[in-house]
Design a protein around this ligand. Structure first.
Ligand SMILES: Cc1cc2nc3c(=O)[nH]c(=O)nc-3n(C[C@H](O)[C@H](O)[C@H](O)COP(=O)(O)OP(=O)(O)OC[C@H]3O[C@@H](n4cnc5c(N)ncnc54)[C@H](O)[C@@H]3O)c2cc1C
Length: 383
């Protein structure tokens, strides 16, 4: 870095975590953000996205042109194809086909992971995003019976939200005794009661056989077969939420990845041997649940990037709770229930959740204020 020059930070991936990091660092540094999409397409609340896409989009689909804090950073619609950690350069294939190289003083890796049709690393335009959301939602609207395979937070959220619409018969298949592996036992028992009360037929101890080469990245219509010996099951439509996570890290050398392709990081979320490179979110091998996105990893990265670039006095360590936590079902008629790592739960009344949480906390605090007018005309503005 030339003396007196503003340090340059490249953020690879502008999803749930990358966007938060880039918008905060833009105040002090020359920031370049690279993303395969022209919008934040959040990985959160899949159940809401499938059953009430219009409401989901208001909070979770945000064209970058609406994010005021992105005005001060340069965004590139493109894919990171290689990173040279010694030369400190990032190669990007732009959406118009051009190849560009960006040098960096600090690099933040936040390109996430694929774990179903709703999270991927394909290059998309706004029209592609709109089409994908509507195509899946209308497929589900047309189904009178739906099988959801996978008992993690995503499968549970999809099954429960679908059942609450009353439009279809919903079956949830999961391995083990209770859904929500990784959550506190009390949360697992509670969610089982909620699912039943909302009309979901629960099928424990079912482990699905995925056809060769199929990763669960689309809805299917044929019978689902089980390695656990039960009869095949056929619904009008099957949603796969089996948690086969594939981190988006093909552009990195093997020596910074674990055996499953997640980025190896230390407690400060920096790469071993590369203190100017940080990783956060679903691609980072932070803890067994790769949970740095929801456990405030982006704030840890902000503090440590500032420290590294001489703008902070101390570093911050990342710590993850033993059990997963969060809102599993999103906002419902009676509000939003948040399950804690201790097994306790609290409910935020619907009005408060919609006004204080979504509009004030998420829109104003997390996103830093959004323009009402959509940058892209295909996206409705916030009411
Ligand atoms: C504040 C907050 C609260 C949360 N609360 C909950 C909760 O209550 N319940 C819950 O289940 N989860 C919650 N989560 C977590 C969430 O479900 C996921 O963990 C999160 O979406 C992962 O974020 P990410 O940035 O790692 O990946 P993503 O949001 O998937 O972003 C990755 C981005 O990188 C792009 N990309 C991929 N490859 C490339 C490439 N080669 N070049 C350029 N761009 C690329 C992708 O297109 C995508 O836009 C929360 C997360 C946050 C930040």
């Amino acid at each position: 870095m030339a003396e007196g020059a503003t340090p340059k930070v490249v953020v690879a991936g502008l999803g749930d975590t990358g966007l938060l990091v880039a918008t905060r660092l833009g105040r002090d540094f020359d920031v370049v953000g690279v993303s395969t999409r022209p919008a934040l397409v959040s990985g959160q609340e899949l159940g809401g996205r499938l059953t009430d896409p219009a409401r989901w989009r208001r909070t979770y689909l945000v064209p970058y042109a609406r994010v005021r804090k992105l005005d001060r950073i340069r965004t590139i619609h493109g894919r990171v194809t290689t990173v040279d950690l010694d030369a400190r350069t990032v190669s990007v294939e732009r959406s118009d086909g051009a190849e560009v190289t960006e040098s960096y003083d600090v690099l933040v890796l936040a390109t996430g992971a694929t774990n179903g049709f709703w999270r991927h690393d394909r290059m998309e335009s706004m029209a592609d995003i709109d089409h994908g959301i509507e195509a899946i939602a209308s497929q589900l609207r047309a189904a009178s019976s739906v099988a959801v395979v996978g008992g993690g937070a995503t499968g549970v959220s999809v099954a429960d939200n679908l059942a609450r619409t009353g439009r279809s018969e919903v079956h949830l298949f999961h391995s083990g005794d209770y859904p929500l592996p990784g959550y506190h036992p009390k949360v697992r028992a509670w969610i089982t009661e909620v699912l039943r009360a909302d009309g979901v037929s629960i099928h424990p101890d079912h482990r699905a056989l995925l056809p060769a080469g199929f990763t669960g990245d689309k809805l299917t219509t044929g019978p689902v077969t089980w390695s656990t010996g039960q009869e095949p099951f056929t619904a009008d439509c099957t949603v796969w939420a089996v948690g086969h996570i594939r981190p988006h890290t093909d552009y990195l050398p093997d020596n910074v990845l674990d055996d499953d392709g997640f980025v190896l990081v230390d407690e400060f979320l920096a790469l071993e041997g590369y203190p100017d490179v940080f990783a956060v979110g679903d691609l980072a091998a932070t803890d067994p649940h790769h949970s740095s996105a929801r456990n405030w990893g982006w704030q840890v990265v902000l503090t440590n990037v500032r420290f590294r670039l001489g703008r902070g006095r101390r570093r911050r360590r990342f710590r993850a709770p033993h059990y997963r936590w969060g809102s599993i079902l999103g906002i419902q008629a009676k509000g939003m229930v948040v399950a804690q790592p201790t097994g306790r739960r609290f409910r935020i009344p619907r009005r408060t959740a919609e006004s204080l949480l979504m509009r004030v906390f998420v829109t104003r605090y997390l996103y830093g204020g959004l323009r009402d007018e959509a940058g892209d005309k295909s996206v409705p503005s916030r009411p």
